[in-house]
Design a protein around this ligand. Structure first.
Ligand code: DAH
Length: 347
């Protein structure tokens, strides 16, 4: 029998036997017999060098083809066997060699991170952080802050009113439009000296676009004591800016009007993009307004029985989302609340 004929016969024999083999042991025995070191196929491959060139080519190609075919059939057989094992084991099958499932790691929302960072700065200056109700009485949101019923300042804060079972009196209820009502709630309960910051959600009835959403965050702060002056207001907010935005960022105060302070100011920081020379982000002014502030109005103090002849104080309120937007160059506020993990995972 020529070598080529032997190869053909070997193939028939091997594949026939493999088809019959049923367990892992039998398959392994088959592998040793037909593909092992002492197999007939290996003998043929080793003997190739003794052949004449033409025969060597032919036999060599045939033997290698057979080897590849047997290896392929072996791995198919092994796969079929393990499939069968899994199927017959049903639900009890446990592959302890499988890698574990990795759990996604969560993190704080970027707005929460900024609130924590800001609160921490004020806490280190002696303030305490408090939270207050989001559903609020008209009295705290407007009236006690020196914004009576027909006051035009009400028009600047489009209000979401809450329908509720009236308790007989006329006490309109709303979703707070700013965190300032907490000034009143705190001063009603506690006597000066007071130093408090209040981060929290506020609501306005506004159309949604890249810079407006109906729910956003503010942080309110105020300090009431004897001899508090505008210098304390400026010193505190300067220090905040230095720590939060960096030492070199310029800060500007200008007059502004808010009914619950007198005098009132707005604070702006130098635009980080153009460094004050004017660009699209800062509407060519070189400045970005970040908060409103002022000296607490005597009428507000009187309303909570704090004597404005004895005590004075400053207050400020700042929108939160704008800050990470400026810091990270985010151009659409809606991204914060769209629950898109690709966005949130960046922080
Ligand atoms: N509550 C104001 C607003 O939402 C911001 C504000 C301005 C708060 C001046 C203050 C303040 O405490 O003194 O627009």
């Amino acid at each position: 029998m020529s070598l080529l004929e032997q190869i053909g016969k070997l193939k028939e024999e091997a594949l026939g036997e493999l088809a019959e083999a049923s367990g892992a042991k039998e398959i392994e025995a088959w592998r040793i017999r037909y593909l092992g070191k002492k197999s007939r196929l290996n003998d043929i491959l080793r003997g190739l060098s003794n052949l004449l060139l033409d025969e060597r080519k032919e036999v060599g190609a045939g033997a290698n083809r057979l080897k590849a075919e047997l290896e392929k059939s072996l791995s198919q057989k092994e796969q079929a066997l393990s499939r069968k094992q899994i199927e017959s084991a049903g639900e009890e099958y446990l592959d302890v060699s499988l890698p574990g499932r990795s759990l996604p790691v969560g993190r704080l929302h970027p707005v929460t991170q900024v609130i924590d960072e800001m609160s921490q700065i004020f806490i280190s200056m002696g303030f305490q952080a408090l939270e207050g109700p989001e559903v609020e009485w008209d009295y705290y949101n407007f009236e006690a802050l020196n914004i009576p019923k027909e006051h035009p300042a009400r028009d600047t804060m489009a209000t979401l009113w809450v329908d509720y079972e009236t308790d007989g009196g006329d006490r309109p209820m709303l979703l707070r439009t700013h965190t300032s009502p907490m000034q009143i709630r705190v001063m009603e309960k506690a006597q000066p000296p007071l130093r408090v910051v209040v981060p929290g959600k506020v609501y306005r009835y506004e159309a949604t676009d890249a810079t407006h959403i109906p729910m956003f965050f503010q942080i309110e702060g105020f300090a009431i004591d004897k001899n508090i002056t505008m210098a304390d207001l400026k010193g505190t907010l300067y220090e905040f800016s230095r720590r939060f935005f960096g030492r070199d960022r310029k800060v500007r105060f200008r007059c502004d009007y808010f009914p619950f302070v007198e005098p009132g100011v707005e604070m702006a920081i130098e635009c980080a993009v153009c460094k004050g020379s004017g660009c699209r982000l800062c509407s060519n002014s070189g400045w970005i307004e970040i908060l409103g502030a002022g000296m607490v109005h005597p009428k507000v103090l009187e309303r909570v029985n704090i004597d404005p002849e004895v005590y004075s104080g400053f207050a400020f309120g700042m929108g939160i989302e704008r800050i990470p937007m400026l810091r990270y160059g985010i151009d659409d506020i809606r991204l914060f609340y769209g629950s898109d993990l690709r966005f949130l995972r960046q922080f």
